[in-house]
Structures are given as C-alpha cells and as structure tokens.
Design a protein around this ligand. Structure first.
Ligand code: ATP
Ligand code: MG
Length: 331
C-alpha cells in the first residue's frame, strides 16, 4: 500500500521560488509513488485577518500555481482546507490535549509575538494544533516540509501520542520527509532572510513575475566586489545566486561561472544577466499556465471540489474513529 503524505501552502500571497523548489517541486515528484493530500491552507491564513474580498482569489491562485508547476489533480487530492469540516473538528479535540505553556514556547509563535504584538490571537497560539489536525486527519506518515517546520512536526507527534495513550491507538505518528538529502532553502535576494510570500517581497521572485520584473530583481540582488583569493568561501547571498543558477541554468553555464568565481575573475554583471535570462525562461511557462488556469474559474472550482471529496473520504473515517475513541458515539 502507498504511504500517505500531507502538505499545505498558506494562501497568504503569491507563490515564489522558495515555495517551488522547497515544496511544490517535491510534491510533483511524490505524486507518482505516494497517496498525496495537498491543500491550500486558507484557515491558517486567517490568523492575519485577510480582506474577505481577496480570500477566494488567493485560494484559487495558489491552486492554479501548484497545477501550473506540475501538480496533477488526477493523481493527488488538491483541496482547500476550509472544505474539510473534519479538520476543525479534530483541531477542537486536539486543543484539549495541548497546553498553553508548550504552545507559548514555539519559536515561530515567539517571532510573531515580537513582530506583531497587537495581534497575538489564540489562533496564532494554536497554529501547531491546527497543523497537527491537517496531518492526522489523513493519518499521514510523511510530511514534506522545510526545516522551519521541524519543530511543529515534533509537536504533531506529541499530540498524536497523547491522544493515543489517553484514548487508544487512532493516529499514526507523522515524520518529516525529505525528498532529497539537501532540501533547498531559497534566500531572499537582498540577503535578509528567506524568500517569502509575506515578507521580503521586493527581493523575492514570484512565479507570477513578468520577465522584466525578474530581470530588475536579479540585477538588484546583493553582491560585492568579488572574491579576493582563489576558491574563496562564498558569502550566503552569493551562494544563493549560484544555487538559483544551478536550479534553472544549463549545467555547463553554471560550471563556467563557478570556475570564474573560483579563479577570481567572475563578473557579477554578466553572471546576473545570464541568471535573469535563464530564470525568466524558467518562470515564463509556469506564469502563463497559471494565468490561463485562473481564467477558467469553473474548472478550478471543479478541481477543488473533487479534491475535497477525496480528502473528506479519508477525513471522515479518521474523525469517526477519533469520536468513537473519545466516547462520542451516542446513537
Ligand atoms: P508566509 O510568508 O505566508 O509564511 P511562505 O513563503 O513562508 O509564506 P508557507 O506557506 O509558509 O510559505 O510555506 C509553504 C511551503 O514552502 C513550506 O513547505 C515551506 O517550508 C516552503 N518554503 C517557504 N519559503 C521557502 C524558501 N524560501 N525556501 C525553501 N522553501 C520554502
Ligand atoms: Mg512561512
């Protein structure tokens, strides 16, 4: 039997190279060999109170960008989190087993408290519980997430264990899944943190960016006056640009620039020009396909509906088992 994997992307903005190479690219490879549930995490996006007018377009765009990146809705269940009522039901059950103290200690929570002290809502605090419900609802054993999510997954295992030891074995303990040994993390082009949907927007390349925008962003990317001795260790922001070139350019092009770097005769202007051109060629078909898909709302709606049906089939079994274990089976 195929192993089950679950992963989600928040509908907080436009998808970018980090989402592509850190997540979707792996989803596409996994869809052949695993029983896959991929969802648009619209409930998770509510922690920052998005404008109701934008919600639908955001969800549809994330779905379209996933499909344009190669995800096949016939092979996976692609759905909106809010279409699965079993998820918030399980979230409620798990909240009874999650303690305030442990939730307050989560680094991503502490970051959010620091960054937006005026919006420390309970949803933010219990974010790892909702994430646990997303995963356990399909009894997934594998979760392909980035390094930033490892601690959340440990909490998911704790909550699963806690439920199982109190009520009997209902849940599989989920583990982080790395498709390759070296999962990529795409840094932002100004060298400050990672590319992200909601931060570092001017230094993030989006899958919807036009050629000219991509060129401008790359030409502005942080560099320096170049290496001063052969085979010098690269600073992170240069390493990031070389990593991007390795991901989108021909291998010999990448190798040539790498050799130039190691021989101290790299010209960053030429390097960026080449990277910008190859990046545009890489992004263009995804951008065009995603735009095409977003024009046909009926088709996207149908895909999400079918995805939700597949997801609910599995979710309803899990929730029935959880209710029974707790003793909620009166009739
Ligand atoms: P937000 O700013 O709203 O948190 P995000 O860009 O961090 O958005 P998420 O929806 O939080 O995106 O994450 C979706 C997936 O993309 C996760 O698996 C995450 O690990 C991966 N991911 C996000 N940013 C990067 C990045 N810069 N490099 C590699 N992977 C990334
Ligand atoms: Mg994030």
């Amino acid at each position: 039997m195929k192993e089950t994997v679950v992963s989600g992307i928040r509908s907080t903005g436009y998808l970018h190279l980090g989402n592509y190479f850190g997540a979707i690219h792996n989803y596409v490879k996994m869809q052949e060999d695993y029983n896959c549930y991929f969802f648009v995490a619209d409930y998770h996006s509510l922690t920052t109170h998005p404008d109701p007018k934008d919600l639908k377009a955001n969800v549809f765009r994330v779905a379209a960008e996933n499909i344009a990146s190669g995800l096949n809705p016939d092979k996976v269940a692609l759905y909106a989190q809010s279409d699965i009522p079993e998820i918030p039901e399980l979230y409620l059950m798990l909240n009874m087993l999650a303690y305030k103290g442990e939730l307050e200690k989560v680094p991503t929570f502490k970051d959010k408290v620091r960054l937006s002290p005026d919006n420390v809502n309970a949803g933010l605090l219990t974010y790892p519980v909702l994430m646990t419900a997303d995963i356990l609802i399909h009894n997934a054993s594998k979760v392909p997430v980035g390094k930033d999510q490892e601690q959340h997954l440990e909490m998911a295992r704790n909550f699963a264990q806690r439920f199982n030891s109190r009520y009997g074995e209902v849940f599989t303990e989920p583990h982080v899944f790395r498709f390759d040994e070296n999962t990529v993390k795409i840094m932002s082009l100004d060298g400050n943190g990672k590319m992200s949907k909601s931060e570092n927007i001017n230094a993030t390349i989006f899958l919807s960016d036009e050629d000219e925008v991509i060129r401008k962003k790359i030409m502005k990317a942080k560099t320096d006056s170049g290496p001063t001795e052969p085979n010098m260790e690269m600073p992170d922001y240069i390493k990031n640009l070389f990593q991007l070139m390795q991901l989108v350019s021909e291998q010999d092009v990448h190798q040539t620039f790498l050799d130039n770097y190691n021989n101290c005769n790299v010209r960053y202007g030429d390097f960026k020009k080449q990277l910008a051109e190859d990046m545009s060629n890489f992004v263009k078909p995804i951008r065009e396909h995603a735009a095409e898909l977003q024009k046909d709302e009926d088709a996207l709606r149908k895909i999400l509906k079918e995805g939700a049906e597949k997801a609910r089939e599995s979710a309803s079994k899990t929730i029935a088992a959880a209710r029974k274990a707790i003793g909620i089976n009166y009739y």
